[in-house]
Design a protein around this ligand. Structure first.
Ligand code: CP3
Length: 322
């Protein structure tokens, strides 16, 4: 999940004076930052240090990550001319990310590397709103008032995500995660009409690599089956519903049990150890209802978390491993 490394002093030291997006295009630096949480916490997989806006920046979109705020776009995209002006992504524009992946594959040994991209809806929301948004009002208004403009934009963003994921897969990542972080803001009806076709296209376009495809969003209890229908192999679950309930919702009669990822509330890393330990045990137990369970947080690590607590959680999860 986002910002696993952000709580680490060694991460802060490396990033000192270096812009977030510059770090994402520096192969040695992105490789080192990716490895830091593996080295320290002994987690079972590494998450590529990048960001969902990296392919947009690479394609030439005027976008930055403002510390404490998030991605901010110079000119929001709200009409067909702006959609037409959105550049495509050529694979060589993310070659430095691919170089970083190759370095990592060489140095991670047996530890798998998870690559990722932002899904069309979440990327579109940043581009349409101009930055982070609580209500996604411009995005929803555009979707409903000008569906052709919406679908043109989401289609282009799907192509950008596909190119970015393929560049990572060609360089050797072992799994990919498609982040539709803000999809939970949508009704099921809107998700299925305006979002699912585009996310499906992204997930289908990387199927040929034969690696696990994880799909995640926040507040998506009502969307879980739709996100599964988009073609993911693993569904990420935030902390709002119990994991066994997510499995119940996702199960298809006669099909193998669903595989899930999640779902510790990141805020509980601030609770006392006995409370946190109970939570970790409960989640691990509930995860046994699934065909497979990747223990993870339900969303990103908060930057002020004590890294020692994260290490302890990883140790406990390893003890509980079946
Ligand atoms: O562990 C990791 O660091 C994994 C790499 C990762 C980052 N971003 C690095 C990052 C991943 C997987 C992401 C994905 C991402 N980025 C998502 C989808 C996942 C999610 O969390 O829902 C989203 C929505 C973004 C957009 C974004 N980038 C936000 C909202 C922020 C936070 C801005 C802030 O300062 O509060 C970022 C910045 C960002 N991306 C940081 C990191 C490590 C923090 C940069 C810093 O150190 O200041």
């Amino acid at each position: 999940m986002r910002q696993a490394g952000r709580s680490l002093p060694e991460y802060r030291a490396l990033r000192e004076g270096v812009d977030m997006l510059d770090a994402c295009f520096d192969p040695e630096m992105l490789a080192e930052i990716t490895i830091q949480p593996v080295r320290r916490h002994k987690v079972d997989a590494a998450v590529l240090f990048s960001d969902i806006v990296v392919p947009l920046k690479a394609a030439g979109v005027d976008i930055d990550i403002v510390p404490g705020t998030g991605p901010v776009v110079a000119s929001p995209i709200r009409d067909i001319d702006a959609v037409k002006a959105l550049p495509e992504l050529a694979p060589d524009q993310v070659s430095r990310v691919a170089d970083g992946v190759r370095l990592l594959v060489g140095s991670l040994g047996e530890t798998p590397l998870i690559g990722f991209a932002g899904a069309p809806f979440t990327l579109a929301s940043y581009l349409i709103e101009g930055g982070p948004s609580r209500n996604h009002e411009h995005t929803k208004a555009l979707m409903h008032s000008e569906p052709a403009v919406w679908h043109a934009l989401a289609g282009k963003l799907a192509d950008i995500a596909i190119t970015f994921l393929r560049a990572q897969l060609d360089a050797g990542v072992d799994a990919v995660q498609l982040f539709d972080s803000w999809a939970g803001a949508l009704s099921v009806r809107d998700y299925r009409e305006f979002v699912l076709p585009h996310s499906s296209k992204v997930l289908a376009s990387v199927a040929e690599y034969g690696v696990p495809r994880i799909h995640f969003g926040v507040g998506t209890g009502e969307l879980l089956t739709s996100m599964r229908d988009a073609g993911a192999d693993v569904i990420g679950v935030d902390w709002r519903i119990p994991l066994d309930e997510a499995v119940r919702r996702l199960a298809v009669p006669g099909a193998p049990l669903p595989v899930v990822q999640g779902n510790l509330d990141p805020a509980l890393l601030f609770a006392s150890w006995p409370v946190l330990e109970d939570e970790v045990r409960r989640i691990a137990a509930e995860g046994r209802a699934a065909g497979g369970h990747i223990f993870n947080l339900g969303h990103g690590v908060l930057p002020s978390v004590d890294p020692e607590v994260l290490t302890r959680v990883v140790e406990l999860v390893h003890e509980l491993r079946p």
